[in-house]
Design a binder for this molecule. Structure first.
Ligand code: HEC
Ligand code: HEC
Length: 227
């Protein structure tokens, strides 16, 4: 009986160290090739910015990809299928560790700030009426509803996802209740491509200004409005 407590002690000591190192290392070795070193995303492979996505959302999505609830059909969702192949190689503890690291990365606002042909005013109206109750007024997301922040993501990515929801290429798998909510929203309230452009055009305006090369990152913060 004597060796058992010893083994338990060693395991308890080793675990936190593994968790701390596993996230950053995994990100650097596996995720960065597609999502970039800062998690900023790459248009060439249609991988979105994921930097600063909350741990609960990253965990859910990686599990969805892993379990075949997202990206299970290469023919209709090649990007999701690519991501699913990666997620299937991850163990639950690796998902947890890398999700924590993704959340710790500072938000990278998208460089493109506009969608060609979008009516931002109408997009705002649609957002206020139909999207805000779950995604919140500044599109910062709400864990209680499982609705992620939409700020930080690129316009082309948001358009792609709304299209996938509308065509039942995301959110239609058995057991994906959160995705099913979004399928319903996209189907009922985003009537056509113009409406989709409008609302995404509006969401992009909610992003903080992108950091320019040469900006003084450590300078005094701008005074808050009204002060
Ligand atoms: C081979 C390229 C590739 C690699 C490697 C990769 N991804 Fe992805 N990832 C993608 C693509 C493409 C998408 C977009 C899928 C879609 O359009 O639905 C994506 C989507 C995601 C999403 C969903 C984002 C959202 O807002 O719903 C998360 C989270 C994510 N990746 C995390 C990771 C993590 C963490 C790793 C490393 C363990 C990783 N990815 C490695 C290509 C990749
Ligand atoms: C009833 C709550 C609810 C409403 C209302 C809602 N959403 Fe969502 N939305 C969600 C949930 C939950 C998810 C996450 C789905 C998942 O887990 O795959 C989501 C995901 C998304 C995504 C994918 C983000 C990503 O990173 O991949 C986009 C884009 C989006 N919503 C846009 C909208 C827009 C635009 C509207 C208004 C027309 C809207 N949503 C209304 C709950 C909602």
């Amino acid at each position: 009986m004597r060796p058992i407590p010893l083994i338990l002690t060693v395991a308890a000591l080793a675990l936190p160290i593994v968790a701390d190192e596993a996230g950053p290392l995994l990100f650097k070795n596996v995720c960065a090739q597609c999502h970039g070193e800062k998690g900023e995303g790459k248009l060439e492979v249609k991988s979105p910015s994921i930097a600063n996505e909350p741990v609960w959302y990253v965990t859910t999505q990686l599990s969805n990809f892993h379990d075949g609830k997202r990206g299970s059909d290469t023919a209709v969702d090649p990007q999701g299928a690519m991501m699913a192949a990666i997620a299937k190689s991850l163990k639950p503890e690796q998902i947890k560790a890398v999700a924590q690291y993704v959340e710790s990365l500072p938000l990278v606002p998208p460089k493109e700030r506009e969608i060609a042909g979008a009516d931002v005013q109408r997009g705002q109206e649609l957002f206020y009426e139909r999207c805000m109750e779950c995604h919140r007024y500044n599109a910062s997301g709400e864990m209680a509803f499982g609705s992620p922040p939409l700020v930080g993501r690129q316009g082309w990515y948001l358009l792609d996802q709304l299209t996938k929801f509308k065509k039942l290429h995301r959110g239609a798998a058995k057991g994906d209740e959160k995705g099913a909510k979004m399928v319903q929203m996209a189907t009922l309230f985003i009537e056509d491509e113009q409406a989709m452009k409008n609302v995404v055009g509006y969401i992009l305006t909610l992003n903080p200004a992108p950091v320019q090369a040469g900006d003084d990152l450590f300078g005094a913060p701008a005074p808050a409005a009204g002060k």
